[in-house]
Design a binder for this molecule. Sequence first.
Ligand SMILES: *Cc1c(COP(=O)(O)O)cnc(C)c1O
Length: 344
Amino acid sequence: MRYIDLRSDTVTMPTDKMREAMFRAEVGDDVYGDDPTMKELEDYAAKLVGKEASLFVPSGTFGNQLALLTHCKRGDEVILGDDCHIVQHEVGASSVIAGVQLRTLRSNKGALDPQEVKAKIREEDIHFPETGLICLENAHSNGRVIPLENMQEIHNIAREHNIPVHLDGARLFNAATYLNVDVKEITKYCDSVMFCLSKGLCAPVGSMLAGSREFIDRARKGRKLMGGGLRQAGFLAAAGLVALKEMTQRLKDDHENALLLGRELSKIPGIKVNLDDIHINMVFFDMSQTGYDTNKLVKEFLNRGIKINPAENGLMRFVTNYWVTAEDICYVVNTLKELIKNRA
Ligand SMILES: *Cc1c(COP(=O)(O)O)cnc(C)c1O
């Protein structure tokens, strides 16, 4: 049975082209530096985001944590938003792996206040930790894209204090699509960037970490330490190359579908959607006023061929992706209307 899967864009299956490319990939032991397809991906990805070098990592979490490990020494402090993925969804790894202290700032819908960032940078004092890194996230996992001026301002402050900036760009290409700019216009405001191949770009596994040659050389060793030295990884790189060459330019379709979904949901009495917050492929909404139990919805939807996640902090999140069509969106909305209308 074919499901309409709105749980995340991580659920995307590889395209036929990716399967072909994986089947035919020329591979070697990448820990020995012998994998030509991986080399091609790492060169291609680095150029794409305007950095000297890049490195394939098993997941986005791995890439972010490797960035912390490579930029910081133990005990350093990292400045970042209190609602960012590194704080909320990475199992506390920063304290386990890099051994850093997270200094969270309250974010304004994902954006940090540059003056507050500046105020939190540590001076030299025998009691203080050293500020080792500033982390930004764009697109944010709240579905919004952070304005470039905000990134630029924070990057300038970081430069003045000689502190690197890492960008969690899991959905970097969604952000570029929304802003209608080349990704380099975003990545020029960071020293390192992580972006996922495995989300809306449909590759089965993997993310990239990009930065200066020197940074990536050190990160390569850190990746080995973390158990991420992969052998014939060219099979994954082959799919990643298709992701970067063919899947980044079509994300606007997912964004349009998300907007369609948001608009149609907002017409259902009792459903609250903030349409202004739909920048990429994610629709957050509150359906508590409908009186329909959201855990029941998960079950009833599943019976009707739709997969969704339960509410988190009272909010539902539907994510569009390559395998979800505008027709599917209409089916989802109509099914929801029927369920609410006929509820016992
Ligand atoms: C998904 C995501 C990650 C982590 O990626 P995984 O591959 O799931 O580990 C990191 N940051 C953001 C903003 C994400 O959305």
